[in-house]
Design a protein around this ligand. Structure first.
Ligand SMILES: [Mn+2]
Length: 289
């Protein structure tokens, strides 16, 4: 299963150019705090991707080209794992492809953000879909926990951040978010909100990294995740937000993390694969080579 490529079932025709997207499976599961299983996320997404249709509802993202790297070895200590993920991301960037990292737990995002913060032509703005803020300074003894990943990205890489769908926050995170004036559209504010005319603040960076924690979506869309929280945005509200947020901006990379596949729930795996593919479509339609 792990040797398959993303959407390999449809990859019969070569696009005639190097792929726009490079999928990098990262089966990391080290600091998960509640339900486990994220190590099996990347393989489940790639397996489910074989069932995708080429047409994403608007376009055929596949025609931009999709490559798949071998899964990153996630054994050993976290520093070593991060260097391996960074090497895989750097290789994609050198090949002028947009890295698409499949987690694994949310901690994996720090690696592509580190690489892109160095190689980007300007500052990076992170757009985060998540039920949780992930802004703790440390969690269960680790500063590299999934619950701290956005805090690390902000402090290490000096990125800007916009959070979407957050609805579970510690007091520390509420204070930190206020102090750092972090932009956010929380789950509660999103209820019933139309986003067709949404745009990011003009001052938000032009270079974007999207980090998509599947628990950001309402659990009715994807329930197979370690720490589900009710009251999240729905499928189309999320896609509309992403489409509007990246309009006129350049997406340098993205990740889909925290799928924890469970027996009998192939719907969650498929929804995660469709999320990857639909976001590829948004990026490809917004991109001029
Ligand atoms: Mn998260």
């Amino acid at each position: 299963m792990t040797n398959l490529a993303f959407l390999e079932s449809e990859l019969d025709e070569s696009p005639g150019h190097s792929p726009l997207f490079q999928v990098i499976p990262v089966p990391l599961e080290e600091t998960v705090s509640y339900g486990g299983g994220t190590a099996r996320g990347p393989a489940a997404i790639i397996a489910a991707s074989q069932q995708l249709e080429r047409w994403d509802g608007v376009s055929e993202p596949l025609t931009a080209g999709i490559g798949t790297s071998p899964a990153v070895d996630c054994s050993g200590e976290i520093g070593t794992i991060y260097s391996r993920i960074e090497a895989a991301v750097r290789q994609a960037v050198e090949q002028k492809a947009i890295p698409v990292v499949l987690g694994g737990e949310h901690s994996v995002s720090l690696a592509p953000i580190r690489v892109l913060a160095k190689t980007a032509p300007g500052p990076i703005g992170i757009i985060q879909l998540d039920a949780h803020a992930d802004l703790r300074d440390s969690f269960e003894g680790s500063p590299y926990s999934h619950a701290c990943v956005m805090r690390r990205a902000l402090e290490e890489c000096g990125c800007s951040l916009m959070q979407f769908g957050v609805r579970a926050l510690s007091r520390e995170e509420v204070d930190y978010r206020r102090e750092k004036r972090i932009a956010h559209l929380d789950g509660r504010a999103l209820h019933g909100l139309k986003l067709d005319n949404f745009s990011l603040p003009a001052t938000f960076p032009k270079n974007i990294y999207l980090t998509l924690d599947v628990d950001g979506l309402d659990p009715s869309v994807i329930g197979a995740t370690g720490t589900p929280v009710p009251g999240g945005p729905g499928w189309y509200q999320t896609l509309t937000f992403i489409e509007r947020a990246v309009a006129g901006r350049r997406v340098l990379g993205f990740d889909v993390v925290e799928l924890a596949p469970r027996a009998g729930d192939h719907g969650s795996d498929f929804a995660a694969a469709q999320l990857v593919y639909s976001v590829m479509g948004i990026i490809a339609r917004n991109f001029d080579r």
